[in-house]
Write a protein that binds this ligand. Structure first.
Ligand code: COA
Length: 143
């Protein structure tokens, strides 16, 4: 059975960080880019002049101690950006829906906002539209 675990970036182990990177799209990916920024912050936060604070929440979907999908919420002071990825072999089993519902709850409680998502293909647009007005949907410029 899939369970969700909500953690701060600081709570992630090195092994989990490697797994999360592997669960991003290769090449250009907003999630990969944003997670890279978070990991850089973890490595460099004690160095003077580097990023001092990052407001990110990670939601892990796990079954039998294996991560089957994950989402990252990042608060920039006015918007709460949500990106996610579900392991290819685990898609269409409702994991993406669990992650989004949890993200909606967290955003509401912590920031009184809805998550902002970016649809970048027909599949993600159809997926996000299922949540109606609980999400702020933007569209990737080349889509
Ligand atoms: C988009 C994504 C997160 C969906 O995760 P998931 O676990 O498969 O989602 P669910 O099983 O909860 O699907 C819920 C619904 O979304 C829609 N959906 C999901 N994948 C779809 C696909 N490939 N084609 C069409 N509709 C799809 C369907 O309506 C589906 O309901 P159904 O299975 O009853 O038809 C997953 O496909 C993914 O990680 N894609 C690659 C990364 C990505 O696109 N991330 C989003 C942008 S950051």
């Amino acid at each position: 059975m899939t369970k969700l675990r909500v953690v701060t970036p600081e709570e992630l182990t090195q092994k989990e960080i490697r797994t999360l990177f592997s669960l991003t799209l290769r090449g250009w990916s907003e999630l990969r880019y944003r997670f890279h920024k978070v990991v850089s912050y973890l490595r460099e936060r004690d160095i003077p002049g580097r990023i001092k604070e990052i407001n990110a929440t990670i939601i892990l979907a796990e079954a039998d101690d294996k991560i089957s999908g994950w989402a990252m919420l990042e608060w920039d002071g006015s918007s709460c950006f949500l990106q996610m990825n579900v392991r290819t072999s685990c898609r269409r089993f409702g994991i993406g829906t669990m992650l989004v519902n949890e993200a909606i709850d967290i955003c509401k409680k912590k920031h009184h906002r809805k998550p902002t998502v970016e649809a970048w293909d027909i599949r993600s647009e159809k997926f996000y539209k299922k949540f109606g007005n609980k999400l702020e949907i933007t569209y990737y410029s080349f889509y």
